[in-house]
Design a protein around this ligand. Structure first.
Ligand code: HEM
Length: 571
C-alpha cells in the first residue's frame, strides 16, 4: 500500500493526509483486516512524523550554531579595523587580555580587512591544536613576510603544504635533531666559558686599578657593573652564529671585520623585528599598495637586501670550503654546512637551493638568539626582584656542583629548581605572547562558534599563562609551583595551560636547542658570579612587544667572581 504514496507530497510534508486518504480507500474493500492496518499506520505515521520533526529541528538548530560568530570587539575603524588599538600600546597582549572580562575568552579583532580570532583560555587552545590542528597550521602572508622572508621561504612563515613539510623534515632530522644539537655542545660550552672569562677579566682589571689607586674596597666596590640585556644578546648571538654559520662576532678574539659585521647584523635584526610586525597600506587596501605610504615597503626591501648580501657571502665561503675539499668532520659541521650537504643544490618545490639555505640560516639565527636572550633577561630580572628565589637557586648549585667546577650540560637534569625557574619565566614572559600567527585554511568551529577560512589565529599565551583558574597567585614569580602543584606541567606543547613554544605540528622546531641554551647559560652565570642589584627597590619590568616581547630598558647589575679563581683559569 505504501507504493501508492505520492513522492512529491511525501517530500513536501503532506504525509499524514496521504495516510488518511489511503486508509479510507482500503476500508471500503476489507474492513476487518484494515482495523489492524489502521492501528499499524497510526503508530507508524506518528513515529515518522516525530522523527521528521526532530530531524528538522536538529537541522535548524545546527544551522544556527554553525553561523554564530564570536563577538567582535567595539571600536573598529574603517579600513584599519582595530589596528589603532594595537598600535597605541607597546603590549597588545595585555590590552587584549584586559578585554577578556568584557568579551569572554574568544573574540574577534579586525586587522585591517582581516579578521583575527583571539583565544585566551587553555580549553580553546587545546581545541585548536588538537582536533583542528591541520586547519590552523598555515601562516598568513602579510607584505612584510613576502618581502623579508624570501617570499615565505622561511620555514616558520611558509604556508602549510609540501614545501613546509619537506623543509621541516630536513630541519628536524638534519639540523636541529638531538644528535646534531649534542654534537655542537662544545660550541655552547666554549661560548659560555669565553663570555664569563671575559667578564672576570674586566672585573680583575677594575679591582687591580682600584687597589693601585689606593681606593678602599667598600662593600660594592669589588663588584663590576654589567648590562645583562646586552651581555645575553651578544652571548646568544655568538652561540647561535657559531652553530649556524661557524662565526663568532663579539668579544676579544674577534677580528675587526667580524666585529663590524656583527654590529651591522645586530642593527639589521632590530630593524627586522620592528618591520616584520608592521602593517602596510598594501595589507589593508591592496590596490593602494603601489603608493607605499609611510615608506614601509622600501625599508623592508632594504633590510632584506642587507641580510641577503651577508648571507650570500657566508654561503659562498661555505661552498668554497666544500669545493676545496676542506669539508669538516661531522662534529665540526655547522648548520649551513649541513644544509649544503643535504640539499645538494636541489630545489624544493620551486625554491632554489640557495634561497632555501639563506632563508633557513637567517631564520635560525634570528629565531634562536632573540628568544633566548629575551628569556634570560627576564629570568634575571625576576630573580633580582625575588632575592629569596635567587638564594635558593644558588644553594641548589652549591649542593649539586660545588665551588670547584663549572656546570656541565649533563648536570641540568639534577638542577630541578633551576628548571622550575626557566618554566616560571616562560610562563610569565613568553617571548612570543601571541605565538606565531596562524591562518585558518577552512571554515571550522571553535568554542561553538563558526570561524571562517582566512581568519588569523592569535592565541594569547600571555593571558592563558596567567589564568587564575589554573595558576594560584598567577602574577607572582613562584618557581616552586613546578615542583608541587604543577609538577607535571611541561612547556613542550602537550599541556595547554603553558605553551611558550606553541603547540601542534607548527610548534617551535628549535625547542630542545632553546631549552638547552637557556638552562646552560643561566646555570653557569648564576654559579660563576655573586650578584648584587644596584637598585634593589626597582627592577623595571616594562615590556615592549616587537616581534618578541623584551624588557624595554637595560638591566644593569653588579657581579664578582664566585668560584675559585683557578676554576676560571683552567677553563
Ligand atoms: C626560548 C626559546 C624559544 C621560544 C620560546 C620559541 C618559541 C617559538 C614559538 C612560540 C613558535 C611558533 C609556534 C607555533 O606557531 O605554534 C616558534 C616557531 C619556531 N621556532 Fe622557536 N622558540 C625558541 C627558540 C628557538 C630556537 C633556538 C630555534 C632554532 C635555532 C627556533 C626555531 C623555530 C622555528 C624554525 C619555528 C617555526 C616552526 C614552523 O613554523 O614549523 N626557536 N618558536
Amino acid at each position: 500500500m505504501l507504493t501508492h504514496l505520492n513522492p512529491y507530497k511525501k517530500k513536501h510534508g503532506s504525509v499524514l493526509y496521504q495516510y488518511q486518504y489511503q486508509y479510507q480507500f482500503t476500508i471500503l474493500s476489507n474492513t476487518k483486516k484494515m482495523d489492524l492496518v489502521l492501528n499499524f499506520l497510526n503508530t507508524t505515521t506518528i513515529g515518522l512524523i516525530s522523527l521528521i520533526s526532530l530531524f528538522l529541528f536538529l537541522f535548524r538548530f545546527s544551522k544556527v550554531s554553525h553561523t554564530k560568530e564570536p563577538p567582535i570587539i567595539s571600536g573598529s575603524w574603517p579600513i584599519l579595523g582595530h589596528l589603532p588599538l594595537m598600535r597605541n600600546t607597546q603590549t597588545p597582549h595585555k590590552t587584549l587580555g584586559a578585554l577578556v572580562d568584557k568579551y569572554g575568552p574568544i573574540f574577534t579583532i579586525k586587522l585591517g580587512a582581516t579578521n583575527a580570532l583571539v583565544l585566551s583560555n587553555w580549553e580553546l587552545a587545546k581545541e585548536c591544536f588538537t582536533k583542528n590542528d591541520v586547519v590552523v597550521s598555515s601562516r598568513p602572508k602579510p607584505v612584510a613576510v613576502e618581502l623579508m622572508s624570501y617570499n615565505q621561504a622561511f620555514i616558520g612563515w611558509a604556508p602549510y603544504g609540501n614545501y613546509w613539510r619537506q623543509l621541516r623534515k630536513i630541519v628536524t632530522l638534519e639540523i636541529l635533531s638531538s644528535r646534531r644539537v649534542e654534537l655542537l655542545s662544545h660550541i655552547r660550552i666554549s661560548e659560555v666559558q669565553t663570555s664569563i672569562k671575559e667578564l672576570v677579566k674586566v672585573w680583575s682589571k677594575q679591582v687591580s686599578e682600584q687597589s693601585t689607586s689606593g681606593s678602599n674596597l667598600a662593600s660594592t666596590k669589588d663588584y663590576v657593573s654589567v648590562e645583562l640585556k646586552k651581555w645575553f644578546a651578544q652571548l646568544t648571538l655568538n652561540m647561535v652564529l657559531r652553530m649556524v654559520v661557524g662565526k663568532r662576532c663579539f668579544g676579544e678574539m674577534v677580528d675587526e671585520k667580524n666585529k663590524e659585521e656583527a654590529i651591522r647584523f645586530l642593527d639589521n635584526i632590530r630593524d627586522f623585528m620592528r618591520l616584520i610586525g608592521t602593517f602596510t597600506v598594501g595589507d589593508g587596501v591592496p590596490y593602494l599598495r603601489w603608493l607605499d605610504l609611510g615608506g614601509h615597503e622600501k625599508e623592508m626591501k632594504e633590510c632584506a637586501k642587507k641580510f641577503d648580501k651577508m648571507l650570500s657571502e657566508w654561503l659562498e665561503e661555505h661552498r668554497e670550503k666544500k669545493v676545496l675539499g676542506s669539508d669538516k668532520v661531522v662534529g665540526e659541521r655547522d648548520f649551513l654546512d649541513a644544509m649544503l650537504l643535504v640539499l645538494n643544490d636541489k630545489p624544493i618545490e620551486g625554491f632554489a637551493a640557495d634561497t632555501v639555505i639563506k632563508a633557513t640560516t637567517l631564520e635560525l639565527i634570528i629565531g634562536g638568539s632573540d628568544t633566548s636572550a629575551g628569556t634570560l633577561t627576564w629570568a634575571m630580572s625576576l630573580l633580582l626582584k625575588n632575592p629569596h628565589v635567587l638564594e635558593k637557586a644558588k644553594e641548589e648549585l652549591n649542593t649539586q656542583i660545588g665551588k670547584e667546577r663549572w656546570v656541565n650540560e649533563s648536570d641540568i637534569t639534577n638542577l630541578v629548581y633551576l628548571q622550575a625557574i626557566i618554566k616560571e619565566t616562560l610562563r610569565l614572559y613568553p617571548p612570543a605572547p601571541f605565538s606565531s600567527p596562524r591562518e585558518f585554511t577552512e571554515d571550522c568551529t571553535i568554542g561553538g562558534y563558526h570561524i571562517k577560512k582566512g581568519t588569523r589565529l592569535m592565541p594569547n599565551l600571555w593571558k592563558i599563562h596567567r589564568d587564575p583558574s589554573v595558576w594560584s597567585d598567577p602574577l607572582e614569580f613562584k618557581p616552586e609551583r613546578f615542583l608541587t602543584t604543577h609538577k607535571d606541567v611541561d612547556v613542550r606543547g602537550q599541556d595547554f595551560e603553558l605553551l611558550p613554544f606553541g603547540s601542534g605540528r607548527r610548534m617551535c622546531a628549535g625547542m630542545s636547542l632553546g631549552l638547552r641554551m637557556l638552562h646552560y647559560i643561566l646555570a653557569n652565570f648564576l654559579h660563576s658570579f655573586e650578584i648584587l642589584n644596584p637598585s634593589p627597590e626597582s627592577i623595571d619590568v616594562t615590556e615592549v612587544l616587537e616581534f618578541t616581547s623584551t624588557k624595554a630598558t637595560p638591566l644593569e647589575i653588579l657581579v664578582k667572581p664566585y668560584l675559585s679563581l683557578e676554576c676560571y683559569e683552567t677553563m
